[in-house]
Design a protein. Structure first.
Length: 267
């Protein structure tokens, strides 16, 4: 156990089948890591840890999200990856302060709609599940900025994602998507990864989006070369305009052969 008052406790990879009862008495805890054990449940008294902000229960044997966890309303970061979960309980909607939720490597076949009621959720990790589609009202998750859906079973790009105007990171690696739509309407997007999909060419994206996938490197090289040409052209135009200003103010002809502004032959 940590020294009295220590807000962090790491009990990872201890082969626990049951959580030590004393843990539930540590009301001062803010971060608790119990990943890599053999837990199938946690005691009801676990709900007493109302100060918890971060809870890691990944790499255990949970088949259901413990209801005691759903009572920890101060949680901002929750890690439940690599368990045996298929659904979320209705009580999960109590976690209104949750910002980061990792649920990768579980057995979800349908997207859990309970997540719609988490207004502060910004990062959702659901890679390596069994999702084939997203619900049409997925766009209700307006606060979402990072979405990881790699290693699922998508055969087409979920069009509802085109309405996710706050997305900054989107990962669809290792699916079965054959064609990608234009993503230019996702104006906040910074990173899109589509590697290990049977697509033939990268999607159309904004000028500053970093791509990972088939043809991405060549696409970005061409894009950077085009941006560099535009930059040089803009610099040359600015220099020429500056020379014209000097000529108009001082009466000295510009150094280039042809002027941007028409010059009277009588001057």
């Amino acid at each position: 156990m940590p020294p009295s008052g220590d807000p962090v406790l790491d009990l990872s990879y201890r082969k626990f089948k049951r959580l030590p009862s004393r843990v539930c008495e540590l009301m001062h805890l803010e971060k608790l890591y119990v990943c890599g054990n053999r837990l199938r449940k946690v005691p009801d008294s676990f709900s007493q840890l109302q100060g918890l902000r971060t809870l890691a229960l990944d790499f255990n044997k949970l088949e259901d999200v413990p209801l005691a966890v759903c009572e920890l309303t101060s949680l901002t970061h929750l890690y439940l990856g690599s368990n045996r979960l298929m659904t979320l309980p209705p009580e999960f909607t109590n976690l209104k302060n949750l910002r980061c939720f990792w649920l990768e490597s579980n057995y979800f076949q349908r997207f859990p709609r309970e997540l719609y009621d988490l207004p502060n959720l910004k990062s959702l990790q659901m890679g390596d599940n069994r999702l084939k589609a997203l619900p049409q009202d997925f766009c209700r998750m307006e606060s979402l900025k990072g979405l990881w859906l790699y290693g699922n079973r998508f055969e087409t790009f979920p069009k509802v994602l085109l309405r996710m105007e706050s997305l900054e990171i989107l990962d669809l690696d290792k699916n079965k998507i054959t064609e990608l739509p234009s993503l230019k309407r996702l104006r906040t997007l910074h990173l899109f990864s589509y590697d290990h999909n049977p697509v033939k060419e990268p999607p159309k994206v904004g000028e500053d989006v970093f791509l990972v996938g088939e043809g991405a490197a060549e696409f970005m090289e061409i894009r950077e070369a085009r941006k560099e040409r535009r930059r040089k052209a803009a610099e040359e135009e600015a220099e020429e305009l500056a020379q014209e200003v000097v000529f108009l103010l001082e009466g000295e002809p510009p150094t280039r052969s042809e002027s941007v502004l028409p010059i009277s032959p009588h001057i």
